[in-house]
Ligand binder design. Structure first.
Ligand SMILES: [Zn+2]
Length: 131
């Protein structure tokens, strides 16, 4: 059996596929600051011009939008009791969706090269999402 060779592109070398819509796997690992998922799937996209985009695999989910709102709220100054309440709500959403928050890593990337995903929010059509 031959193992399928997976090319991991080092973004620092800038030799990755660069046509709009291209997608590839990177040596760098990207973390979603909303749900904490890790991915190394890069797409060449964006609405104005284009470039390296890393989209959280859960970014189109309504619960992910809700989680994003709460994580953003938590970053602002609030009374301690409210912060504790928010943190609890965040933990509960993460717990409820634990099975969906699965890392999407292909190959053996370098986990010390950690960056943030570029997109935490996307939308599905007709999902009934209220955000
Ligand atoms: Zn996420």
């Amino acid at each position: 059996m031959t193992r399928k060779e997976i090319v991991l592109y080092d973004l620092r070398k800038r030799n990755y596929p660069n046509k709009r819509g291209d997608s590839f796997r990177s040596l760098q690992v990207f973390e979603c600051w909303v749900c904490g998922v890790l991915t190394n799937e890069v797409v060449m996209g964006g609405s104005h011009g284009y470039g390296v985009r890393v989209i959280c695999p859960q970014s189109a989910e309504c619960w992910h939008h809700e989680l994003e709102l709460k994580v953003n709220l938590l970053r602002q100054p609030h009374p301690k009791t409210y912060k504790a309440e928010l943190q609890q709500e965040i933990d509960e959403i993460k717990k409820r969706h634990k099975r969906q928050i699965k890392n999407d890593i292909v190959g053996s990337p370098d986990f010390s090269l950690r960056e943030n995903v570029t997109n935490v929010r996307s939308f599905k059509s007709n999902s009934g999402c209220i955000h």
